[in-house]
Design a protein around this ligand. Sequence first.
Ligand code: CA
Length: 491
Amino acid sequence: MINRTMMQYFEWYLPENALHWKRAAAQAAALSEAGINMVWLPPAYKGAAGAASVGYDVYDMYDLGEFDQKGSAATKYGTKEEYLAAVKALQENGIEVLCDVVLNHRMGADGAERVTVTEGLGTDRNRDITGKHQITAWTKFHFPGRAGVYSDFCWNASHFSGTDWDESAKRNGIFRFDGKNWNRETDTENGNYDYLMGADLDTDNREVIQETHGWGKWYQDTVHMDGFRMDAVKHISFDFCRDWIAAMREYNAGKKELFVVGEYWSKELGKLTHYLDVTGHSLSLFDVPLHFKFLQAATSDGNFDMARLYEGTLTGADPAHAVTFVDNHDTQPGQALCSFIPAWFKPIAYALILLRAAGTPCVFYGDYYGIPHDGVAPVQGLARMIKIRERFAFGAEHLFFDDGSLVGFTREGDAEHPDSGAAVLLTDSIGGRKRMYLGERLAGRRMTDALQNVSETVEIGADGWGEFAVKGGSVSVYVTGPAWEYLYTRL
Ligand code: CA
């Protein structure tokens, strides 16, 4: 049995120097050695902003840094050859690769056309504020720089449900195309949240279904990825997404099942569990509620009720379908959904996602390497906790979330992993001590804080219990003596 540990291998402000794929290839062995066995790579196709695009302003999904479009052949991250080489290097080092798939919208059209629309209210898209009228919409995509290579499919207004820019009037609005409805099976924020940005794909259109499925198969044949990270799923027909994933798995039949995680950005657990229900639990979701619990705990001056940390989270409700994370490219400073977890709480949050048995953790590149753009330093002790997850965080789990501020959990360890077992104690408030049960397997063993926040050594009693200490506003991760030695000779 292995513990899966994912890394989101990018942050928003990576330098625009087309070197990221080369970096990923060069770092593949080091990442594997560090204990990472799955990476999520950023969108690899050409965005409207060309070499400056992070990848979510999708222009041409068949251009993986190969065609001279939007000012260059390479994307922000490099060329197609470098991308494929990076994926190969990662996989050769035992790391599974998730590709970022954006199926909601297109941007940077090659041409505009006159379209009849109805304008809706921004805050309630079910309410029309105009009658039918014409606008000029950027909806014609024919990719002259690619000239039909891989696919000759051209997009026009018939493939989209709406847009937010009228080129004639030079104004923004929520414009729904005549004869189209916003898809009802999407999030209910703003009345209906089918529309997010750009030219919104009409996922009921047969040609759109055919084209996106065809592209997904081409993408698999080209990249041989191990799975997908699905962008903005709350803005896309739930059925369409479920069917696309099923089609991709069917195409990949006979090989290991594709791992899929969706980004449903909502702190409401009920919306996440509803999504999992209607998509037949065919994918995992990022545990957005847990991220916001971390934020609340980190910004409540020690008054957050830590005993209720997992209440209303996906990790609490459906751990098998929860991908846990602390921060990402959207929550980092300067970004749209900025809700960056304060530095003091980061090691606590990482101990919670990396060392508990529940959920699949995703480590953020910006937390691991730091974010030079904003002077953010790497998270203290993160590398060590990833290693502890890889080698020592095994066996039965015991939870001690029985206090408003001082909480912890233990892992008994197992026979398969020598010297495994861990005791984690943390607090959002003042320090203290707590007795926790580790199991009789570790009776008589001495354990030490791998993060070195506390220096005392704890001896586990014959009954399997030990008394652990933690300093205020911190976390201590106790491991066995040989495990401590292993970590200290390597990290
Ligand atoms: Ca949509």
